[in-house]
Design a protein around this ligand. Structure first.
Ligand SMILES: [Zn+2]
Length: 271
């Protein structure tokens, strides 16, 4: 067992707490509420949670998924998003260990996490997530050129800008062709902006990967929904979460997958 593995339980707990905060952001941002105040409370009767009950994961188990004062059920998505975020932290930690790259990746994944929950809930993505990802992607690229495998900030900034334009341009094109063929809006503009943000952080290769990976995952998800007889649900599935999943897969396994793709597409170059 390596030293970094010893930290795994703590990394998981940190992720669970962070997930709790991100879920709160995702619930409050669309309502135009502050993400700092008021402290955690029941959304139904607005009674403030006791300190013990506000503990991520544990609190939901303590109150057995029901508000203590009005008995309204607290959806399973609260502990679920905390659990997923804990899992994400472990996944990224397992891939990179303690490294500066955790900072930009963590920021991007947090924005995608919040954007995805809002997209699932409301079928739109907050500008704070998409424009936030674009702006922070450019900034992080300058401050940490290694994000794009560069040494110079100016080279990384160019990579980031190319990724941003590629992300915005590609989906815009797909949406434009799609609307022309389907005679209705095929792609939300929120997805376009989110992908531009992914490009700013991860570069154009990740843009391609997120779109195609996201489309494959989206088809799979839609197929699963239809199998389970939830056809109406299948039609309402937004693309943002799938783009985000694509970006996550890229962050964790992207370099391996890209090398694998190149070795198949250009076998002579690998010799
Ligand atoms: Zn209540």
């Amino acid at each position: 067992m390596t030293a970094s593995m010893l930290y795994l339980p703590w990394v998981f707990l940190l992720g669970v707490c962070w997930g709790s905060f991100l879920h709160l952001c995702a619930v409050r941002i669309p309502k135009g509420l502050s993400i700092v105040l008021p402290p955690s409370h029941c959304p139904h009767c607005e009674v403030r949670l006791r300190a013990m009950d506000a503990i991520p994961l544990l609190g939901w188990l303590l109150i057995r998924g029901r508000c203590r004062s009005c008995a309204t059920s607290v959806p399973i998505r609260y502990p679920l998003s905390e659990l997923i975020c804990g899992g994400l932290f472990v996944l990224i930690w397992g891939g990179y260990g303690l490294d500066w790259i955790l900072l930009p990746y963590g920021v991007l994944l947090s924005l995608l996490f919040v954007g995805s929950i809002v997209d699932l809930d409301e079928q739109w993505i907050p500008d704070r997530c998409s424009y936030g990802a674009m702006g922070l992607g450019l900034l992080f690229s300058m401050g940490y050129p290694e994000l794009h495998g560069e040494m110079e900030w100016i080279a990384a900034l160019v990579e980031s800008a190319i990724g941003l334009v590629a992300g915005g341009g590609l989906l815009f094109l797909v949406g434009w062709v799609g609307s022309w063929v389907l005679k209705r809006e095929a792609m939300g503009f929120g997805d376009v902006k989110l992908l531009a943000g992914i490009g700013a952080f991860l570069g154009w290769e990740a843009v391609l990967f997120s779109v195609f990976g996201g489309a494959v995952l989206g088809l799979l998800g839609t197929f699963l929904c239809m199998l389970m007889g939830k056809r109406e649900r299948a039609e309402a599935i937004p693309f943002g979460p799938y783009l985000s999943l694509g970006a996550l897969v890229w962050i964790v396994w992207g370099l391996d997958l890209w090398a694998f793709y190149l070795s198949i597409a250009f076998p002579e170059a690998a010799l």
